[in-house]
Design a protein around this ligand. Structure first.
Ligand code: ATP
Ligand code: MG
Length: 344
């Protein structure tokens, strides 16, 4: 097994027909880390992963494993394991054969192949299904075969491209924990692609947020969740209320109201800004004087999500345990530390 201390991406760029699908990605991955690449469809996540795997040549930049240049090596010489979104299992081979395939290709001795294949199948809880063909398994079981096949060769890096996107909600949650557990127990280094912010926040040690091929922010789940670097990251991380306003000294004027917020980035008095707050951070009641009328209510178990509108027509998303109904008029307030003010 090829191990490393750091894997470094240096200005990794990939162009298709002259347009940057990925532009100058700088990232240092430490051994044992779980990195999530997060962003909307088309932002360059798969491109980044495929560049790392060696399935796509770089247009610019380089990739280094400690002091060794990697981007000039073919995929099979990088020693990475890959889990594709569509599993890509061999349909005519049993689970056991699918899992052991990579070891056979590497010329590992038979007894060793048996031992490691059993171990990998056990890790993903597929002992009872080892003799079946992929077509005889559920989507979640096939996904686990794909994961076992990737980790059995003890890769120095595991790359996963939206591995849970075809699964139902319950199985997605279970597999999240399962993948995180495998990562920890096997001491893997993992790069995981997803467009699901919750998945990224719950699984990763660090997130790389991409937009239109460019890195917007790299940080821990807490950093990215609490302090998105710009309005695009905020938008993508659940700040559903993005209210246009004008910056005043330490406050924001949104239509007729003056509210206090926390500036993120360079904001000067008189600048157009966007004030961002999550629905669950909007407080009901309070003496702010902002009144809204509830228009639509969605049931979410303990809580409801409501879309409301201010007297001057600004839509506002709320989340609360209070039982609101369409037509209700309520006062709302924005805790200043939860209202982030970005340059527009
Ligand atoms: N083979 C290709 N030829 C031309 N353009 C491509 C090719 N592959 C990707 N692109 C373009 O590069 C950009 C990034 O694509 P990429 O597949 O990396 O996005 P993604 O973030 O993985 O999206 P998704 O979440 O939809 O899978 C897109 O604009 C896409 O159209
Ligand atoms: Mg993709």
């Amino acid at each position: 097994m090829t191990t490393f201390e750091t894997l470094r991406l240096d200005g990794v760029t990939r162009r298709f027909a002259g347009a940057d699908a990925l532009a100058g990605l700088d990232l240092e991955i430490r051994r044992g880390e779980f990195i999530a690449l997060l962003g909307p469809s088309g932002c360059g996540k798969s491109t980044a992963l495929n560049c790392l795997a060696g399935l796509l040549p770089l247009s610019d930049g380089s990739i280094w494993r400690d002091g060794t240049r990697l981007d000039t090596l073919p995929p099979e010489r990088r020693g990475f394991g890959m889990v594709f979104q569509n599993y890509a299992l061999f349909p005519h081979m049993s689970v056991r054969k699918n899992v052991s395939f990579g070891l056979k290709m590497r010329g590992v001795a038979r007894a060793e192949i048996r031992r490691r294949t059993d171990e990998a199948i056990r890790l993903v809880h597929l002992e009872e299904h080892a003799a079946k063909l992929p077509g005889q398994l559920s989507g979640g079981q096939q996904q686990r075969v794909a994961i076992a096949r990737a980790v059995v060769v003890e890769p120095s890096l595991v790359l996963m491209d939206e591995p849970l996107s075809n699964l139902d909600a319950k199985l997605r949650l279970e597999m999240r924990t399962e993948i995180r557990r495998l990562h920890q127990n096997l001491g893997l280094t993992t790069v995981y692609v997803t467009h699901d912010q919750e998945e990224a926040l719950s699984m990763a040690d660090r997130l790389v947020v991409l937009r239109a091929g460019r890195v917007q922010q790299i940080g821990t789940p807490e950093e990215v969740h609490n302090r998105p670097a710009n309005r695009h990251v905020a938008d993508f991380l659940g700040f559903r209320n993005l209210l246009p306003g004008i910056a005043g000294g330490g406050s924001v004027k949104i239509n007729n109201w003056q509210v206090s917020g926390t500036p993120v980035g360079a904001v000067a008095e008189g600048d157009p800004v966007v004030a961002a707050i999550r629905p669950e951070d909007v407080v009901l009641g309070g003496g702010s004087g902002i009144e809204v009328t509830v228009e639509v209510v969605e049931y979410h178990g303990r809580e409801i999500a409501a879309e409301a509108r201010t007297v001057d027509g600004l839509p506002l998303h709320l989340r609360t345990s209070e039982r609101l109904a369409p037509g209700d008029k309520v006062a709302v307030a924005f805790p200043p530390e939860r209202l982030l003010v970005f340059p527009a």
